[in-house]
Design a protein around this ligand. Structure first.
Ligand SMILES: CC(C)(COP(=O)(O)OP(=O)(O)OC[C@H]1O[C@@H](n2cnc3c(N)ncnc32)[C@H](O)[C@@H]1OP(=O)(O)O)[C@@H](O)C(=O)NCCC(=O)NCCS
Length: 448
């Protein structure tokens, strides 16, 4: 056997990429491209790397931002950019853009320009570039159904919207055909209106609804993020206080971290925040053991997480016998689907083994529909869920948690709840007396 004297050929590296290629093939990655990146020379190399991923069999959904481009366009047109804060806080990261009807044609033109720019970069195939022989097809469309953000704190946000639904089936069909799906920060309502959306939210919700294997944010502030977190490369979103460690000067990346956390809590296995400026950072993150950016995973939240519409059937199977016995309030699959955002589940090997709901009423919250599969009872699962919901209710600023129960009063008392009366809670009397005669149990969230 002869040895290859050409040391420049990365033989060992190439061989060692094999396990990564096998791991990533046929997996779905949602990749967020920052608005900064779209205007930077780094975009070309990122397109090379995304094309490579597509050729290696990764199912890619791209979502681009355009905040910076909107600001520039408004300035050039002499229109003042308007923002308002829908919640009472001094934190600027909550500011929302007000998208007036006057801005809409500019926004539409910008969306077209950015789509053309991205499509043209993916279409290059010059012989002396990494795109040589490349044949990737990009597809964009009306994948997001939106609704108006509406009037909040007296401020009308006009064409600023929020996501109502992501058309997962259509996206999956295109991915199955080997296309790259390009999504823009825009959605359409059934009334035919166009709404300006947060690109981060589009990426996050799409990753959650697709149950993507990875959600990747390409961002320019990764160095600052790494410094703020003490150079950790991997963090569990359950790790206490890590989000608070991010200084307010990093408000932009803090909202990315919040989105990544939400995605992990809702079933996206891994979220990566990777440099959009450092050449090759994306490939290094995906094809080397140490990576290059920050990896967030579900960690402790693996056992208890927010439910998604995919859990509806599992929750229904779990609670139906208890509904039949009159222990839990009757809920149809449609009811569950409608209020799935209020549910939390614990899952084992793909099956929902425990669930509970948290419903907010001003400064109080109701813990409801608590159930643990008989095979998994008496192992502290319900107590864990209650602790999780107590934390969640405190985070949302509630002062009291209450539960209604016909047969599990003693259990709630063992968890620190005290018996209360209907006058202590903001729930319709009929639900208790006329319906099932449940008793009220209260937990003071201000206690230590
Ligand atoms: C109540 C329930 C959620 C507890 O789940 P779990 O995971 O077994 O609870 P934990 O492991 O945290 O606690 C188990 C302990 O509580 C006790 N316990 C369970 N149900 C109880 C009840 N109804 N009353 C009093 N104690 C009860 C168990 O005997 C066990 O006691 P042990 O530690 O002495 O063995 C579960 O039994 C269940 O799903 N029940 C049917 C639905 C229901 O009643 N929901 C509450 C109304 S919203």
């Amino acid at each position: 056997m002869t040895t290859d004297k050409d040391n420049s050929f990365p033989l060992e590296w190439l061989r060692h990429t094999s396990p990564y290629i096998n791991t990533h093939r046929r997996k779905t990655f949602v990749v967020w491209l920052s608005d900064e990146l779209l205007g930077s020379p780094s975009l070309k190399n990122i397109v090379y790397d995304l094309t490579l991923l597509s050729h290696l069999g990764v199912r890619l959904v791209l979502v681009h931002g355009m905040r910076k481009q909107i600001d520039e366009t408004l300035q050039a047109s002499g229109i003042e950019a308007q923002f308002a804060c829908p919640v009472e806080t001094n934190d600027n990261s909550h500011l929302m853009r007000i998208t007036t009807a006057e801005m809409l044609p500019l926004l539409q033109a910008l969306l077209g320009q950015l789509r053309c720019r991205i499509e043209s970069l993916f279409s290059t195939g010059l012989p002396n570039t990494p795109m040589s022989g490349s044949r990737v097809t990009l597809c964009s469309g009306n994948f997001v159904i939106a609704r108006p953000y509406g009037v909040r704190q007296g401020v009308d946000y006009f064409h600023t919207g929020e996501i109502r639904k992501v058309r997962v089936k259509s996206i999956n069909s295109l991915l199955d055909l080997g296309m790259i799906v390009l999504m823009q920060p825009v959605g359409y309502s059934p009334t035919g209106e166009t709404f300006n959306l947060h690109a981060e939210d589009v990426a996050t919700q799409t990753a959650i609804d697709l149950q993507a294997d990875k959600l990747i944010f390409l961002h320019q502030q990764t160095e600052e993020l790494a410094q703020a977190l003490g150079d950790v490369r991997e963090i569990s979103v359950g790790a206490h206080g890590f989000r608070q460690a991010l200084p307010s000067s990093l408000s932009n990346i803090r909202s990315i971290v919040n989105n990544a956390t939400l995605a992990c809590q809702r079933g996206v296995n891994r979220c990566h925040i990777v440099s959009s400026q450092q050449d090759g950072a994306l490939l290094k993150e995906l094809f080397t053991r140490d990576g290059s950016g920050l990896l967030l995973d579900a960690g402790d939240y693996d056992s208890i997480r927010s439910a998604t519409t995919r859990d509806v059937a599992g929750i229904k199977t779990l609670i139906q016998p208890l509904i039949d016995e009159g222990i839990l309030l009757s809920r149809s699959e449609q009811d569950l689907e409608r209020c799935i955002n209020q549910f939390y589940v614990a899952e084992r090997e793909g099956s929902v083994i425990a669930c509970a709901s948290l419903t907010r009423f001003d400064d109080q919250a109701e813990l409801g529909c608590l159930a643990v599969h008989p095979d998994f009872r008496a192992s502290g699962k319900a107590a864990d869920i209650v602790q999780h919901l107590i934390k969640e209710a405190r985070t949302r600023g509630c002062t009291q948690l209450f539960a209604l129960s016909t047969r599990s009063g003693d259990w709630f008392r063992e968890q620190g709840f005290v018996p209360g009366s209907i006058s202590d809670i903001p729930v319709d009397e009929n639900r208790i007396e006329g319906n099932r005669g449940s008793k009220v149990y209260l937990f003071n969230l201000n206690s230590i």
